[in-house]
Write a protein that binds this ligand. Structure first.
Ligand code: NOJ
Length: 960
């Protein structure tokens, strides 16, 4: 008989370690060695070195760029001229510059290089690529807003050596251009808000031939990354040599800068030149599939929007750096003081930013605000607003990698119903395909895709399937054959079809820069090509950075070639945008006459992609820290003009415990794009599988999202008209409240006054909500009152409670009848929630339409303004009539307001039992009952009007 050994304390310790290891999810960390730091990226390093040099030289540093005064012309809102760059060898290079003053109040500075424009350069390695600096980003990104200012004029008072142009609303803006050294200051009302080249870091690496040197180079410059650059075993051949562009942008007196997604970092961006709490590297924008990405980092992620807002008390300004190449942004905050002995109020902070791109032109837009709303609007005029999505798209999406059969999908679908949890969309990840060939179905596991979609359609649900831009390189695959025979693939540097490794193994990539790729891509989405797909199927474009498993930094080589003979280097960051542009067109009309709003999800994006697709933050992890980070990430996207954003609810990698999962749903309902997703190796976690009480907690959260869908859709509509974020950070709502500027863990839903602060830490049962103003805020569920400006208020947050307040002064539309999917709520009546502000008034809006077609463009919608003034609640029309208005109003005639809940009503209402209801067109007024409910313990009273039954599309008044 074997003797059992006594358990040593060492064995015990080891067992404990193993046990703890099993319980605690190991934190995954990114493989830093796979992605460049600035020091490992030649052009970034060179430009940072230049900045270091400038800062070391201090006042004796002078920018070697001068505007040739004799070249300056001003005509029709445009100032043109030639910048001269003088090198240390006294060589001179001509850089044509255009400063356009736009009717919108924005200004645009474009700088190019004459030699490259004229093609007077030699390419290396017999390359046939385009000799110019890439100047086509705008074709993908800009959709308007470029009308020249009619009133812009030269200011005759300019001192010698300066040119001044007045422009903007009432000509209150002025661009002050110093010729030598070249600098531009943008002023509003005589005060400087944005300075270009104030630090003297403007740099345009001019073309030069490679001079073969023997032995040690005499040159002081480090040429090691000019002609070739290697990283991780890949060598970039650089046929055009060094060509980076860089410029410093200073925001004098501005302490906060926001934007430039995508990074897993705070909303208020950090400094990037080291020091406690700061980053060591600039924020990088080079769309990448970063496996196991880290938090609080300036590392690049999947998307890029080089748009930044700078904010200080009561003033917001911004810049948009339109460049599709790899870009880095350094941020430094400098405290200055007009009087060196003064502390506090007299001292101010300047934020200095340094923008560095690998190639292309300098193309910079400058916005002078002064409000964040104006900046959103003007930026949106240029890059387009979020498309008003189909209504289902703003409801709950159920995804995982992978639902394994069509029966599995049907089963999940039925179980949601059985457990009475609403959802609208179920998703299929990559493995629904036959051998990872897109536009096909795995025949054994998905033998009946139509039957599956039909079951979903029974409850008006949708299916989203994944279609990636890599096409399996297989001769018997029709998509691959067509891609090759039509010449639509991205090429390698030698002009052959580029082959790389992705999900299907050996793959080729569709080049959506090629106009001919669009009709082809459209044809693939037609019902006869994508067989087995029905009209309730929509598309997920993933891996579109593009992700290439065996490529440099998990993407394509920079010397790959796209349509127009542009290098991948030039266009990398807009690549994902070109794919969703093609998919958008494909989904607009899958069969003749069936025109509907497309729904697409994209992982990679650039400025402008908001016109086509929703985005999500990629492969996060099931940890509390990732849950917390999702809020600043979504908020940042919103202020960067891309509000239809979300994060994988539950976390992509790993298994969340029940508490984390429920808290994630409670937070996820505040993402404009609300989807649960999980990695293939995770345990199933559909909400109905979770044991009680968490199943109910999650169901309640999802139901709250559904209840508030009218408010969400209204906020989306607003975003589609003026670029306003759908969920908004504190500074955006209260631009005067300095204490709120850095807050990024609570958010406002549109204009509703709803203020949510999801719990994002474990074992937390209260939370502090910061309130900027002096209005009363009411707990959404029990009407507890919180009031007091400029401080935090402790709000209970037991596991089953979402900390949610509503500010006084709002009228919020919602729908209270739970249904299986949002489409089934279409004819349901509305409830209005009303809170009064200090003046006893309230306002709110409601927008809705058929949620599917473009008929709203022809008047088929309802847009109402609700107001409470004196003792009257009214509904007025905000819409303008179109050819489809009357018909739409007829179809919605039966939709009414079934209830009005007034929180904290005037005490005099205690004595009332009815209200008078007057509806436009009704012969007589009617009455509805009013019940008054008293509460105590800090909870406000409330009153309920039952069944006023006024038509939602009609004008009416309710007299209290
Ligand atoms: C990467 C995506 O980020 C993830 O969401 C997806 O599940 C996998 N690709 C598989 O398609």
């Amino acid at each position: 008989m074997a003797r059992s050994r006594p358990v040593s304390s060492w064995t015990l310790f080891l067992s404990l370690v193993v046990l703890i290891g099993c319980i605690i999810v190991p934190g995954l960390t990114v493989k830093h060695e796979n992605f460049k730091t600035c020091a490992q990226s030649g052009f970034c390093k060179r430009n940072r070195a230049l900045a270091d040099d400038a800062s070391a030289q201090g006042a004796s540093w002078s920018s070697p760029y001068e505007l040739d005064p004799s070249s300056v012309l001003f005509k029709d809102g445009q100032l043109t001229g030639i910048l001269i760059k003088t090198t240390t060898n006294n060589e001179k290079f001509r850089l044509p510059v255009i400063l356009s003053l736009l009717e919108s109040g924005a200004a645009r500075l474009v700088v190019d290089e004459e030699k490259r424009m004229k093609g007077e350069i030699e390419l290396r390695h017999n390359s046939k690529i385009n000799k110019k600096r890439y100047d086509e980003s705008e074709q993908w990104v800009l959709v308007g807003g470029l009308e020249a200012s009619k009133s812009a004029a030269l200011n005759a008072d300019a001192e010698a050596g300066f040119t001044k142009v007045q422009y903007g609303p009432d000509n209150k803006f002025q661009a002050v251009i110093r010729h030598a050294p070249f600098e531009i200051e943008f002023q509003r009302d005589g005060e400087t808000h944005v300075q270009l080249n104030h630090q003297g870091l403007l740099n345009m690496e001019h073309w030069r031939p490679k001079v073969e040197k023997e032995g040690e180079s005499e040159s002081a410059e480090d040429e090691s990354t000019w002609w070739e650059e290697s990283f991780g075993g890949n060598t970039d051949s650089k046929p055009r040599g060094p060509e980076s562009v860089a410029l410093d942008v200073t925001f004098p007196g501005y302490n906060h800068v926001f934007g430039i997604p995508e990074h897993a970092d705070s909303l208020s961006l950090r400094e990037t030149r080291g020091g406690p709490g700061n980053h060591e590297n600039p924020y990088r924008m080079y769309n990448s599939d970063v496996f196991e990405y880290e938090l609080n980092s300036p590392m690049t992620l999947y998307g890029a929007i080089p748009f930044m807002q700078a904010h200080r008390k009561n003033s917001t300004v911004g810049v948009f750096w339109l460049n599709a190449a790899e870009t880095w942004v350094d941020i430094v905050k400098k405290s200055t003081s007009s009087n060196p002995l003064s502390l506090g109020s007299k001292s101010k902070t300047d934020t200095q930013t340094h923008w560095i791109s690998e190639s292309g032109q300098i193309d910079l837009f400058i916005f002078l605000g002064p409000t964040p709303q104006e900046i959103s609007k003007t930026y949106g005029q240029l890059t387009g607003y979020t498309q008003l999505p189909q209504h289902f798209a703003i409801a709950y999406h159920q995804c995982r990698w992978n639902y394994i059969t069509d029966e599995d999908v049907k089963d999940v679908d039925s179980k949601f119903d059985k457990h009475q949890i609403p959802y609208d969309v179920i998703w299929l990840d990559v493995d629904y395909t036959d051998d990872r060939k897109y536009f096909t179905w795995e025949p054994l596991s998905f033998p009946n895709p139509k039957g599956m979609q039909e079951q979903l359609a029974d409850s008006e649900r949708k299916l989203v399937v994944l279609i990636d831009p890599h096409i399996k390189n297989k001769n018997d695959y029709f998509v691959s054959q067509e891609l090759k025979s039509k010449g639509l693939a991205v090429l390698n540097k030698d002009g052959e079809i580029y082959d790389g490794w992705c999900w299907p193994g050996s793959s080729n990539w569709v080049d959506c820069f090629n106009p001919a790729a669009i009709p082809w891509w459209k044809s693939l989405h037609k019902y006869d090509k994508f067989q087995g797909s029905l009209s309730n199927l929509f598309i997920w474009n993933d891996m579109s950075e593009p992700s290439v498993f065996n490529g440099p930094e998990t993407t394509m080589p920079k010397d790959n070639i796209h349509y127009g003979d542009w290098e991948h280097r030039d266009v990398h960051n807009v690549n994902g945008l070109t794919l969703v542009n093609a998919t958008y067109q494909a989904l607009l009309e899958r069969k003749k006459g069936e025109i509907r709003r497309p729904f697409i999800l994209t992982r990679s994006y650039y400025a402008g992609a908001q016109r086509y697709a929703a985005m999500w933050t990629g492969d996060n992890q099931a940890t509390w820290d990732h849950l917390a980070m999702s809020l600043p990430m979504v908020l940042t996207n919103g202020i960067a003009g891309y509000p239809f954003a979300g994060a994988d609810v539950g976390g992509f990698f790993h298994n969340p415990d029940k508490e984390l999962l429920s808290r994630w749903y409670q937070a996820g309902i505040w993402y404009p794009f609300f989807r649960a997703h999980a990695h293939i190796d995770t345990r199933r976690r559909e909400p109905y599988l979770i044991s009680e009480p968490h199943r109910t907690i999650i169901s309640q959260a999802v139901r709250l999202r559904y209840q508030l869908l009218p408010a969400w859709y209204t906020a989306f509509h607003e975003a589609s008209l003026n670029g306003m974020p759908i969920v908004r950070p504190q500074y955006y709502m209260f631009p005067e409240d300095e204490q709120g500027f850095a807050i990024d863990d609570q958010l406002y839903l549109g204009n509703t006054g709803l203020l949510a602060k999801p719990v994002v830490t474990e074992n937390t049962f209260t939370t502090d909500i910061y309130i900027s103003d002096d209005e009363k805020y009411y707990d959404y569920f029990d009407f507890t009152v919180y009031q007091g400006a400029g401080k935090r208020h402790t709000v209970p947050a037991p596991e089953d409670k979402i900390p949610l307040l509503i500010q006084g002064g709002h009228i919020v539309p919602r729908r209270d009848r739970p249904r299986r999917s949002s489409a089934l709520m279409r004819w349901d009546p509305y409830t209005l929630i009303l809170t009064l502000n200090k003046n006893g008034e309230a306002d709110g809006t409601l927008y809705f339409d058929d949620g599917e077609t473009f008929d709203y463009e022809r008047g088929a919608y309802i847009h109402r303004q609700f107001r409470f003034r004196g003792s009257t609640l009214s509904s007025e029309d905000l819409g303008t009539k179109g050819p489809k208005t009357a018909e739409y109003l007829k179809t919605t005639a039966g939709v009414t307001v079934e209830r009005v809940i007034v929180i904290d009503p005037p005490k005099s209402w205690k004595d009332k039992s009815t209200v008078t209801v007057i509806e436009d067109g009704a012969k007589t007024a009617s009455t509805a009952s009013l019940d008054y409910f008293e509460q105590n313990d800090g909870k406000a009273d409330y009153a309920v009007v039952k069944s006023p039954n006024v038509g939602i599309g009609k004008s009416w008044q309710i007299e209290f």
